[in-house]
Design a protein around this ligand. Structure first.
Ligand code: FNR
Length: 190
């Protein structure tokens, strides 16, 4: 069986280290997982004024989540929280009231920063948001990645064996988490 994983990159930077981390993770992931990026950079700012008539970009966002059986968040930390662009996308996806696209979806959170705490506070903030959105989060293992070019030279490569094994294990655990959540209640169209 294969599982469709939609993934969010929390950064809009053209040189995003989190985008590079996503390449690494996709490369190391077990073969049962198929990945599709869900873009967030083209969304207008959310307002409840749009609830009656979502713009095409927001409809596309919600459709992409509905087509996914699980969601992976790969995000930087901005000022000790998640970037506004990512929060905006989550706000769009969670609305209108009663049509929350994240309801019961298996989800995992990871992130990279050049700083030593490796997005720990952003991930904690994101977990709070996802709890309210009723996503089924993988709570362990956690992964706080301190990014540097020596360790991650590009094209999804990891130079260090221990780090590579750690990230491969993270993705194996995510696969197991998805299987577990979907075995309780398969995700259907909302
Ligand atoms: C940062 N950065 C940062 N790093 C961190 O570890 N904790 C933080 O709170 C912040 N805050 C922050 C705010 C803003 C507005 C910017 C632009 C940056 C540094 C950040 O980790 C670094 O820019 C990464 O390269 C961001 O990830 P992407 O965009 O390269 O994926």
């Amino acid at each position: 069986t294969t599982y469709k994983v939609g993934y969010f990159i929390g950064s809009l930077s053209s040189t995003s280290v989190n985008r590079e981390l996503s390449r690494v993770l996709i490369r190391l992931a077990p073969e049962e997982l198929e990945f599709t990026e869900i873009p967030i950079g083209n969304l207008p700012l959310y307002s409840p004024d749009h609830d009656a008539n979502y713009p095409p970009e927001a409809v596309a966002l919600k459709d992409a989540i509905h087509r996914s059986q699980a969601i992976l968040f790969v995000t930087p930390e901005y000022n000790r929280s998640i970037p506004g662009a990512l929060k905006n996308a989550i706000d769009w996806a969670s609305r209108p009231w009663g049509k929350n696209a994240f309801d019961h979806i298996p989800a995992a959170v990871i992130g990279a920063s050049v700083g030593q705490i490796g997005t720990a506070l952003a991930q904690q903030a994101l977990r709070g948001v996802l709890s309210f959105c009723n996503a089924r989060q993988m709570t362990a293992p956690e992964a706080y990645i301190q990014f540097n070019k020596t360790l991650f030279p590009g094209d999804g490569e990891v130079v260090d064996d221990a780090v590579r094994t750690f990230l491969a294990d993270f993705m194996d655990e995510f696969r197991d988490h998805i299987v577990r959540v979907l075995s309780v209640l398969p995700r259907q169209g909302h």
